[in-house]
Design a protein. Structure first.
Length: 134
């Protein structure tokens, strides 16, 4: 249960990155379709990660109030939030990586290849982490 404090902090930082990336992408090459896709992915990442931050904070606060060390010790109304947070956080991470992979294509093919490789590397690492902790 204590891991949600860390997830909350991580999601907040990544959500901030997604918002910053969105701000930059919205001013970049509006005539390029890939800029729109990258902006959309970044906006989705920001929304998902901000929601995951909020839900993780609620879960952590509830756990602290109840001295909960297991999910079963949480307030019954908070337990469903675990599912929502468990969906929103990974979706936000993958959307942020998608935005990273797409943003290079706005500039050039070479940069697009580099950012796509970086995003795929990140996605492999994230997936490995989720699989290892499932």
């Amino acid at each position: 249960v204590a891991v949600y404090e860390g997830i909350s902090s991580l999601a907040a930082v990544l959500g901030g990155f997604a918002v910053a990336a969105l701000t930059v992408l919205l001013t970049a090459s509006p005539e390029k379709r890939v800029a729109s896709w990258a902006s959309g992915a970044s906006a989705f990442a920001a929304g998902s990660l901000i929601a995951a931050t909020f839900l993780s904070a609620i879960i952590s606060t509830d756990a602290g109030k109840r001295n909960a060390t297991t999910f079963g010790e949480l307030t019954p109304d908070v337990i469903p939030l675990l599912t929502y947070q468990g969906v929103l956080f990974p979706l936000g991470l993958y959307a942020l990586l998608l935005s990273l992979g797409l943003c290079g294509w706005i500039r050039s093919k070479r940069t697009g290849i580099a950012t796509t490789v970086a995003a795929l590397t990140g996605a492999i690492g994230v997936t490995a982490g989720f699989v290892a902790t499932a």
